[in-house]
Design a protein around this ligand. Structure first.
Ligand code: BGC
Length: 740
């Protein structure tokens, strides 16, 4: 359609029809044989049937058949036949579940992240998705928050910018109506990852300078990459819920960052402004949200039931409604929905593209780059398959390794590690036992209860657990090496999964303690959605391979890494704390007046644990042994027109081949505001053959030295800087230079 026709269409719409476009409901409503808004799934929303057939978009309906059915049902009753928009949460893949976003980020490989986004976009687009509620680019520093699993950037704004831009581009391509492209909805605006004490939906209060320095860059990068949509966050930000925060939406996002697309609230968030005490009732919530500039109300009745009344009282609000509806219609037009309301859904294409073998093969390769080798004493890994291996632990024969957001992929069909080990290791060399469950019933029931699922009970659970551990120990006695699969339950990380204790479950720790007594090498494969506190097992095991929730091809990918077909190359994007008491913990923190540099009481330190993290940002081992030397700068001074060339020599002193992530950090030694101890400003993921030597080069320019000053200007200040290069954020070579 021409833009002129869109405007004509808008002019034909009644106020009710316009408001309908600004309402999003769960698409299931249209799948009921006899749609009944008073008893059906939309009962709580209290929508009239008339409003239902005016709504502009639906949530999480997938599958060519279902999507077509919903669209047909809707269009059959809608007066102006404006097609529905289908929006979905394809967070780590559609049918092929990829590693969860925090894991993807640990690949430090933009190509990996792009490829995952492309396959996810293709699969979900064919299955009917027009918009994806992704990427989530909330910077996170607190492992207690369950949603760290969704954060692509972890604790780093530089990674955040790069990933955000690339994912948006991969989803959208050059034309979002084309096969395999979807509109991207960057979320959650803003600073959702900074909720107090890691408790979901909680408060955020921070200086604007801090927000701009750390939290804003990834959102901005998504906007600059032309993301079509943004989603507001649940939290308040500096006293006002993000969803009705005029400074955030109008001044920053619309005016300063120039965002022209559609802004949607998070699930029910407009209504929640009443619970926040920021709107006195539903009508005021509607007024606050439209005034702030929210175009679509996701899953609450507020816009549907109050916008009309508000518009009739105030003509100016109707203008705002018109602006919002125009944005929504334009998005539908860009997606080509007026010409073809089914988008790229197609049953034949579903058969051809979804879960196809090429993509599954690719998925395995991509997954392998997300694993982080945290420990490898005496080079116990890679494993020799001719040794007697005993596979133990709750994830040994469990395919539920796709994470809590992979709602469209079939967990039950995934291979398990045991399946793959059986193909790989001679039966006489392989023994196995579960040893223990993921969680004791007491723990699992806490989760199930909140889900409204019936709780479970096991008679004599304690004895059974003891017996099971004993059996595992017996079996392990006859092996040379124990491969222990441990981790969180997939429902322990994700939305509403905040935890105050981020240790491994007690029964799993108990299993480690018992196996440790056998005095055999133990390799841990760790499944989890957040940095865990590993202090209580770390010194009892020889190797730890962090595999997060690796997705559909996880078991295959893990086995190949464990047996050395592929060298692990992931690096952490979040610091692993010593324990939850250290949270929030992040590498790019400010300098204190009393740094913990030596043993003395009155320093910024803990009495009971070290100050530094257990595993730092950027850390990850390899089967290769990388040696860094000879850090050189081609000159020692830089000004606004010049650059410095930095080079470092790296040797792979091993017989293995593999990738190394070479990281460049900069520190501004003093400034008008206190500057962080180190900030990532560049990285390269380089492939090394056995014993290969390479010179890796970077360029430093003035842009890399800029920061937000007290007056909220983005500036670089003259003075001394340090540059650090290394394979993580702690072990680095360093040099100084000056900005003149
Ligand atoms: C989450 C969003 C998600 C939305 C729709 C909300 O609860 O916070 O990230 O996109 O639901 O499912």
């Amino acid at each position: 359609m021409k833009d002129r026709e869109i405007i004509e269409l808008l002019n034909k719409m009644t106020l009710e029809e316009k408001i309908g476009q600004m309402v999003q409901v769960a698409g299931d409503a249209f799948l009921q044989a006899d749609i009944n808004v008073t008893t059906g799934p939309l009962k709580n929303l209290e929508l009239s049937e008339e409003m239902l057939y005016n709504v502009g978009s639906v949530l999480n309906v997938m599958g060519s058949k279902r999507v077509r059915k919903v669209q047909d049902e809707y269009l059959s009753k809608s007066r102006l036949k404006i097609p529905l928009l289908f929006m979905d949460d394809v967070i780590n893949g559609y049918k092929i579940a990829f590693p969860i976003p925090i894991a993807q980020g640990c690949s430090w490989n933009v190509d990996v992240v792009r490829k995952i986004a492309q396959i996810s976009a293709m699969e979900s687009n064919i299955a009917g998705a027009n918009v994806n509620f992704s990427p989530m680019v909330d910077l996170v520093r607190d492992a207690r928050w369950g949603r760290v699993m969704e954060s692509i950037e972890g604790e780093d704004p530089y990674l955040g910018q790069i990933y955000s831009k690339n994912i948006v581009q991969a989803y959208q391509g050059n034309n979002i109506s084309q096969l395999g492209q979807i509109a991207s909805c960057v979320k959650h605006i803003a600073a959702y990852g900074a909720v107090e004490s890691g408790r979901d939906y909680n408060t955020v209060d921070m200086s604007e300078r801090e927000f701009r320095q750390y939290y804003m860059p990834a959102y901005k990068a998504g906007i600059d990459a032309n993301a079509e949509m943004l989603m507001t966050s649940f939290n308040i930000i500096n006293g006002i819920p993000a969803t009705i925060n005029k400074w955030l939406i109008q001044d920053l996002v619309r005016k300063e960052l120039g965002f022209k697309g559609v802004i949607i609230s998070d699930y029910g968030a407009i209504e929640e402004t009443i619970a926040h005490g920021a709107s006195k009732d539903e009508k005021e919530a509607a007024l606050n949200a439209i005034n702030a500039g929210v175009d679509i109300d996701m899953m609450s009745r507020i816009y549907a039931n109050y916008l009309k009344e508000i518009c009739l009282e105030n003509k100016e609000i109707e203008n705002k409604v018109n602006e919002s509806v125009l944005r929504i219609l334009r998005l539908k037009n860009k997606l080509g929905l007026f010409e073809n309301p089914y988008g790229n859904t197609d049953i034949e294409k579903e058969k051809k593209y979804i879960m196809n073998s090429d993509n599954l093969k690719e998925a395995k390769r991509l997954t392998q780059e997300t694993f982080v080798l945290l420990k490898n004493e005496n080079n116990i890994l890679p494993l020799n398959k001719n040794r007697k291996i005993c596979l133990i632990g709750p994830y040994m024969d469990n395919g539920a390794i796709t994470g809590s957001w992979s709602m469209f992929s079939d967990r039950a069909k995934n291979n398990t590690i045991l399946d793959i080990f059986r193909n790989r290791v001679k039966s006489e060399n392989l023994s196995y036992a579960k040893g223990t469950e993921i969680l004791r019933t007491e723990e699992i029931n806490k989760i199930l209860k909140a889900d409204g699922t019936p709780t479970i009970h096991i008679d004599n659970e304690q004895e059974k657990e003891k017996q099971s551990i004993k059996e595992a120990k017996e079996i392990a006695k006859n092996s040379d090496i124990i491969v222990l699969t441990l981790g969180e339950h997939y429902k322990q990380s994700g939305e509403a999964c905040s935890r105050s204790n981020i240790n491994l479950p007690e029964n799993q720790v108990e299993l480690v303690n018992e196996l440790y007594k056998l005095n055999k090498p133990i390799v841990v494969i760790l499944f989890n959605g957040r940095p865990l506190s590993l202090n209580n097992i770390e010194n009892k095991v020889d190797a730890i391979l962090e595999v997060w929730f690796p997705g559909t091809t996880g078991a295959e990918a893990i086995t190949e890494v464990i047996f050395g077909d592929v060298t692990p190359s992931g690096k952490l994007t979040m610091s692993f704390p010593q324990n939850a008491g250290q949270c929030p913990i992040y590498y790019n923190h400010y300098k204190t007046g009393r740094p913990h540099t030596h043993d003395f009481r009155y320093l910024s330190r803990y009495q009971d644990i070290p100050t530094q993290s257990l595993y730092p940002f950027g850390y990850g081992l390899s089967y290769c042994k990388f040696k860094y030397r000879n850090l050189q700068l081609n000159k020692k001074q830089i000004d606004k027109n010049t650059t410095i060339k930095v080079s470092v020599e790296i040797e792979n002193a091993s017989d293995y081949e593999g990738y190394e992530v070479v990281q460049l950090y900069i520190q501004d030694l003093y400034g008008s505001v206190v500057r962080p101890v180190k900030e990532l400003k560049g990285f390269k993921k380089e492939y090394f053959k056995p014993h290969e030597n390479k010179i890796i080069e970077f360029k430093i320019d003035i842009e890399m030295l800029k920061f937000w000053n007290e007056k909220l200007q983005y500036v670089a200040e003259k003075g001394e800087f340090k540059v650090y290069i290394g394979g993580d954020s702690v072990k680095t070579l360093e040099e100084t230079f000056e900005l003149v």
